[in-house]
Design a protein. Structure first.
Lengths: 136, 136
DNA sequence: ATAGGTGCAAAGTCTTTGCGCTTAA
DNA sequence: TTAAGCGCAAAGACTTTGCACCTAT
């Protein structure tokens, strides 16, 4: 894989932000620097970068596809109000995975845990009667 | 929601099979009984039925969308060779969910765990040098 | 020089939706 | 009778891909 300005930009966007962006969000961010970049290029690079493991493609169990610069084991919580995605640490996962593997005679190669709910901020906003920050 | 022959047929297909079918598979199965049924009807009904909780829509963490007649808490393992989806029991999930909620100040409303790997049968086929059963 | 990357636009896949007809209650 | 559901076909959302031009090595 050769270097390219666009690919480098795309990777840096995903690595720098803690926001687990969608392809569209990466595209919008990348356009600030490369106004003529195409959505096709963004998808092509996100896929290539996830194939080599430079980033992770995460499919929320509730549908949406996002990209994550953190490649070490961890999981995600999606707030159904503001749609933000938060990281969750789950150190006992390795043991859990092993137990599942053993009990089911299944060789686990990948594991994703997806939680959905309401984040602290949004819950507080509701309880205090403030409009939710994001209309989506 | 009114009764309809097609909806009843669709629900029964999902309830009866342990295969976690895709919308397309439900459609093909339903056509055996209702040759003129449309894919739109299948999607409409699968969505409605999952909204009322008669079945569950499961989005694999690796992309594909499937439907599940089991609505009690359990999880899924997807074999990357034969693409079959197996159920996994995880009784300690409630405790895990609570811990995650508490530690992150996050009110968990849904939780999905998706595992990917190789099932016993496929692994055996490989180790014995037999062609894999499904070319997909 | 040339393999690999880009932008663009077209095409693909999966899913939803508008509409006129049909069916359940 | 009439609200709900169906089949059909068109449209939408998201993603991939073919191609002619450009860029890194």
């Amino acid at each position: 894989m050769n270097y390219s300005q666009q690919r480098s930009c795309i990777l840096n966007i995903v690595l720098s932000k803690p926001v687990h962006p969608t392809a569209e969000q990466v595209y919008n961010e990348a356009r600030k620097k490369y106004p003529r970049i195409s959505l096709g290029t963004v998808y092509r690079n996100l896929n290539q970068l996830s194939e080599i493991g430079a980033l992770k493609k995460i499919c929320s169990p509730y549908g949406s596809v996002r990209f994550d610069g953190r490649t070490d084991p961890h999981f995600h919580m999606e707030c159904t109000v503001c749609r933000e995605v938060f990281d969750v640490e789950l150190p006992e996962l390795a043991a859990l995975e092993k137990r599942i593997s053993d009990e089911n005679n299944f060789t686990v190669t990948r594991c994703e845990i997806g939680l959905q709910g309401v984040c602290e901020k949004c819950r507080k906003n509701f309880s205090e009667g403030i409009d939710k920050p994001d209309g989506k």
